[in-house]
Design a protein around this ligand. Structure first.
Ligand code: ZN
Length: 221
């Protein structure tokens, strides 16, 4: 069982476990049934801040009951901690500063309404999303996605992303899972190469992303 003891992210000897999807995304009273994948301490520590950032962004802007609950139980207390309040610019302030009113327009350019949006650091969110896909893949195939494979993130998938998903569905095998109304996913891997595929992740019935795992454009080629 060598594979069970190497880190799913860097292949160093695993000394701990990572939860996929991150436990912090879930309300406290939710019966968590995520998976545990072997990880090394340094990967585990290095990614925990990105996980927290993902939770903050998605729970604050998610519209369902679970998002609201995670905001009250997890996000809010984290910026009201005495230590957090000591920073010159508090986390709360940073979040408020990142909020903006934006105009929603129809495809033909007609103004529809103003909504509150949040500018997020997409690289941090992307890292957290990629980690979820790497973890789901490892859990399913007991192998890490090799470094020479690229992971590309499409937020709130447009036609392009959805077409890719259809394309992958035709070519491959399906993985799927649902964790209450907090998180669900679908993954399609092509039969010729188990690493190549498309994963669709959804959070709080609000946010969706498609991640494409590819090597030398096998999926599109
Ligand atoms: Zn590692």
């Amino acid at each position: 069982m060598k594979t069970a003891q190497t880190c799913y992210l860097c292949q160093a000897p695993a000394t701990t476990f990572d939860h996929i999807p991150p436990k912090s995304l879930f309300p406290k009273d939710f019966q968590y049934k995520g998976v545990k994948v072997p990880a090394c301490k340094s990967c585990n520590n290095a990614t925990s801040k990105d996980d927290e950032y993902l939770r903050d962004c998605f729970a604050m802007t998610g519209w369902n009951k679970e998002a609201r609950q995670v905001f009250l139980e997890g996000v809010r207390p984290s910026y009201l901690r005495p230590y957090a309040m000591m920073h010159q610019v508090t986390k709360h302030q940073k979040i408020l500063n990142s909020m903006a009113k934006i105009d929603i327009k129809s495809p033909s350019g007609i103004f529809l309404r103003k909504v509150t949006a949040m500018k997020m650091k997409s690289d941090r969110v992307e890292n957290a999303l990629k980690k979820i896909v790497k973890g789901l893949h490892f859990h399913r195939y007991k192998k890490s996605i090799p470094d020479n494979y690229t992971l590309k993130v499409y937020f709130q998938p447009t036609d392009i992303g959805l077409n890719l998903l259809d394309e992958a569905k035709k070519k491959g095998a399906l993985n799927a899972g649902r964790f209450g109304n907090t998180f669900c996913y679908m993954g399609f891997n092509v039969r010729e190469d188990e690493f190549v595929g498309i994963w669709w992740l959804s959070f709080y019935q609000t946010h969706a992303a498609i991640l494409m795992v590819d090597s030398s454009n096998k999926l599109l080629g």
